[in-house]
Design a protein around this ligand. Sequence first.
Ligand SMILES: Nc1nc2c(c(=O)[nH]1)N=C([C@H](O)[C@H](O)COP(=O)(O)OP(=O)(O)OP(=O)(O)O)CN2
Length: 146
Amino acid sequence: MDITHNALYEGPGKLSGSMHLHGGGHYELTVKDHFDAAHALPGYDGPCQYLHGHTWEVEVVIAGQHLDEVGMLYDFKDIKRDLHQLLENFDHRCLNDVAPFDEINPTAEHLARVMFYELEKTLPAHISLVELSVWESPIAKVTYRP
Ligand SMILES: Nc1nc2c(c(=O)[nH]1)N=C([C@H](O)[C@H](O)COP(=O)(O)OP(=O)(O)OP(=O)(O)O)CN2
């Protein structure tokens, strides 16, 4: 990028303009956590119908437009805490025993959607939850986005 062609550039050390304060865009923050849990997928034609375990990685993207007086959209510390508290409900459990997965199969898809709406409840009104991804293994993930 050639910043000398940027309308904001007024010479060395002289970047200026309201875009530096507002910009008009939005910010996305991403955090990740994990939990260990077993599950079985009744009805699945393969070994996953039997009880087995995964280290599940969960990645969330939140977004918003307005920064606080410190210059943050939302403190990483807060979204990490909220995600961690959510995942504690599932950690070292058999997912098939944890509601609502006692009634629906604990596939990565169902997990991603259920977790999305649970996490969304913890966010303030000016922050939106964009997507939540569940990695069942380092090479397989599902992303839920409303
Ligand atoms: N779309 C989905 N596909 C599968 C899900 C799922 O939740 N959503 N789940 C499974 C099973 O949980 C299975 O444990 C994972 O299967 P797989 O990806 O095949 O993982 P493996 O480690 O057993 O695979 P390798 O063959 O060792 O690579 C299946 N599919």
